[in-house]
Design a protein around this ligand. Sequence first.
Ligand code: ATP
Ligand code: ZN
Ligand code: MG
Length: 299
Amino acid sequence: MLIAPLVEDDLDSITQALLVPSPVGGVYARTGLFERAIEGLSSFISRHREPETQVLRFPPVMSRVELERSGYLHSFPHLLGGVSCLKGDEAAIRAAVKQPDWVDELAPTELVLSPAACYPVYPMAAAAGPIPAKGLIFDVASDCFRHESTHEVGRFQTFQMREFVCLGTPEQVIDFRTRWIFLAQRMAKLLGLKHELAPASDPFFGRAGRLAAMSQLEQSLKFELLIPIRSEEEPTACMSFNCHRDHFSTVWHLVTANGDQAHTGCVAFGLDRLALAMFRTHGLDLTKWPAIVRENLSI
Ligand code: ATP
Ligand code: ZN
Ligand code: MG
C-alpha cells in the first residue's frame, strides 16, 4: 500500500477536532472521534499479541516504594508526579482547606502516578518465583503521567501507554525485541504511516544523565519508531523498543529457571501519539481513510 503524505488540514484544526484543552497545558479531554482511533489501535495491537502472553491492566497510580526501588527517582526525578492528600481529623482538614495556601498542607501518600506502564510488572513477576524456561511475556497498559517541561502537540502530561514486556534469558529478550522491531514496522505499514526506526536515549536527569543517555545509545539499548505528527522533517516517537539488560532483575532478584540472572525488555506504544499520527496522515474524515487501514482498525 502507498504511504500517504501528510494531509493538508493544518495541525491546529486537527488537534481542535480531537482534543479539548483544559486549563492545564498538556492535559486534554479526548473527543469521540479521537477515541474511535484509540479503540481501533488498541484492538489492532491486541491482534498482534504473541501466544501465551499474560494480560494485566494497571491503574494510573503505583506504589511509591516500588518506583523508588526501580531507580526512577534517580534517573527521572524531573518527570515524576506523586499523590498527596490532606491528613488528620476533621478539624485539622477543615482548618487546612480554609488556608489560601492549603496545598502546603498536603502530605505524601504511598502512591505515585505511573510514568510508564511496565514498572509494576517486574516485582509482580519476581513474587511468582523463577521465570519459566520459555520466558514470560506480559501485555500491560496504563494511563501515565510525566511532568514534561514543554507541551507541544504530541507531548502530553498524561497519556495512554500500552506495552509488551519480556522477561527471560538475554537471548530471549534480544529475540523479543528483534521480532517487535520488525513487526512494529509492518504494523505501521498496515496503518499507512510513514515511519523510520532510529536509535534513541531516555531523557535522563542532569549532567550525570547525559552520560547515561550516551551509554544507552552506545549500547543500542533503545530504538524508537518515528512517525510524522508535527512535521515530516521532525517526526515524533510513537513506539519504543527497550532493552533493560539486568537492571530490573538486579533490583527485583528476577532469576531464570536455572537460577541465572534474568534480563528484561519492553516495547511501548504511545496510543495518543499513534492516534494523532493516523489523523495527521489520513485526515479527520474516517470514511476517507484507505479501505485497508479502516479494515485493520475495524473502523
Ligand atoms: P520522548 O522521546 O518523546 O520524550 P520517551 O523516549 O521518553 O519519549 P518512552 O519512555 O520510550 O518515551 O515511552 C514510550 C512511548 O510513550 C513513546 O514512544 C511515546 O509514544 C509515548 N510517550 C512518551 N512520553 C509521552 C508524552 N509526554 N506524551 C505522549 N506520549 C508519550
Ligand atoms: Zn517499559
Ligand atoms: Mg525518546
